[in-house]
Design a protein around this ligand. Structure first.
Ligand SMILES: Cc1ncc(COP(=O)(O)O)c(C=O)c1O
Length: 412
């Protein structure tokens, strides 16, 4: 195998925004965990669709409307293919948050009651906490949290012990943590959950942009992700569901397009996936996300992961050389996604992010929508550098240089 440096990707030129310099130096974008930048093929696909093929879908019979229908359903097939899913059970939502809420409302309200428990984990994003808090409070059910170990990882034995209590109806957990970077053993978890007769939901918001994901092999009942972190536009999320469960579930949002027929005193529902897509769907956004899926598929997600893993190793080495810096989560790059959340003794994460920003280095600071996890870690906030396919070693060098300068500014 060639050395790591020769195996890395060189995609920076595909991303026009990276030519900008909003700070003192060239743009060093290390906030892909919040949202990714977009390659030219995605920008062009959006432009071409809106300029030449724009019409509403599932209602027009004229040729332009048929072009829009074809573009939208082709987008669904290509997006489903990225994650090994069936297009018929691939539902478009607004984002990952809405996809999780869909399950909490439609499946949860029909299936969770007093005496039942929903199990989530201490590493969840608020999007995978609050919908379950509300559901459990409303239905008189218990919400329990799987604890993390010292490395920021989950224990399969602890999962089995929770499932053995006999009351868990649903387990919801992240594929990749947006703070710790931890990659969870999702297939091993879904196998145990299924064996216990419970339903699984995976929050794949951070996984789909950076790992080969095959939702069929993973075997989750529900798998949610979001387009804007995976090189696509904002305004579109994806829920892959077990079609048997989706068939049984009542609708989530109601109105146009999700019905088969409506009379004065009732309505019947459309077939999957349209039953869960009320109103005009995100048409141009689906076309843009499909262009992103094609782009990632042409590189292959295996190469994306290889590239980002090599950069993560390089970043962890660099961060280890900054005095007083502590990275949270598993220490080995191979156990984590392409991000590092950290604190530096004597420097507030917001100060770090602001000083880095002046140098053109974009990192995020705060609780990362994971306040319960912050409490487990015993910190109020961290700074987080998260990578994308377009990053290269020079970006990491800029990060480390800027962190060293920040320490200097504060006399450390
Ligand atoms: C792990 C995780 N889950 C869910 C979300 C929510 O994604 P969205 O805001 O696109 O719904 C995020 C976004 O930061 C995330 O990192």
């Amino acid at each position: 195998m060639p050395p790591v440096a020769e195996r890395t990707l060189d995609l920076r030129a595909d991303f026009p925004i990276l030519d900008r310099a909003p700070g003192a130096g060239p743009l060093v974008y290390l906030d892909s965990g919040a949202t990714s930048q977009k390659p030219r093929v995605v920008l062009d696909a959006l432009d071409e669709h809106l300029r030449r093929h724009n019409a509403n879908v599932h209602r027009g019979v004229y040729p332009l409307a048929q072009e829009a229908d074809a573009a939208f359903e082709s987008a669904r097939r290509r997006i489903a293919a990225l994650t090994g899913a069936e297009p018929g059970s691939t539902i478009f939502t607004k984002n990952a948050t809405e996809a999780i809420n869909l399950v909490a409302y439609a499946w949860g309200r029909a299936n969770i009651g007093p005496g039942d428990a929903v199990l989530i984990t201490q590493m969840e994003h608020h999007a995978n906490i609050v919908p379950w808090q509300i559901l459990c409070a409303e239905r008189g059910a218990a919400l329990r949290y799987l604890e993390l170990d010292q490395r920021g990882e989950l224990s399969l034995t602890a999962l089995e012990a929770e499932l053995a209590r006999g009351d868990v109806r649903l387990v919801a957990f992240a594929h990749v943590s947006n703070v710790l970077g931890t990659i969870n053993p999702v297939a091993e978890m879904t196998a145990r959950i299924r064996a216990a007769g419970a339903v699984s939901l995976i929050d794949g918001a951070q996984a789909v942009p950076q790992l080969p994901v095959d939702v069929t092999a993973i075997g989750a009942d529900f798998y949610a992700w979001t387009g804007h972190k995976a090189l696509g536009p904002t305004g579109i999320g994806v829920l892959h569901g077990n079609s048997e469960l989706l068939e049984q579930m009542p609708p989530f949002l109601t109105g146009g397009d999700m019905i088969a027929s409506v009379d004065f005193d009732g309505a019947s529902w459309n077939e999957l996936p349209f039953k869960f897509e009320a109103g005009t769907p995100p048409i141009a956004e689906a076309v843009g996300l499909a262009a992103a899926a094609d782009y990632l598929s042409s590189i292959t997600m295996e190469r994306v992961r290889e590239h980002e893993l090599a950069l993560t190793e390089y970043m962890l080495e660099g961060l280890a050389g900054v005095p007083g810096l502590r990275v949270v989560g598993p220490p080995e790059a191979s156990c984590r996604g392409a991000l590092a959340s950290f604190t530096i003794d004597g420097l507030h994460p917001h100060d770090i992010a602001e000083i880095l920003g002046r140098d053109g280095v974009c990192v995020r600071a705060g609780h990362h929508c994971a306040q319960p996890l912050m409490r487990c870690l015993g910190v109020g906030a961290t700074a987080r550098a998260s990578l994308g396919v377009y990053n290269e070693r020079a970006d990491i060098d800029a990060l480390i240089g800027s962190l060293q300068r920040s320490r200097g500014i504060f006399g450390l």
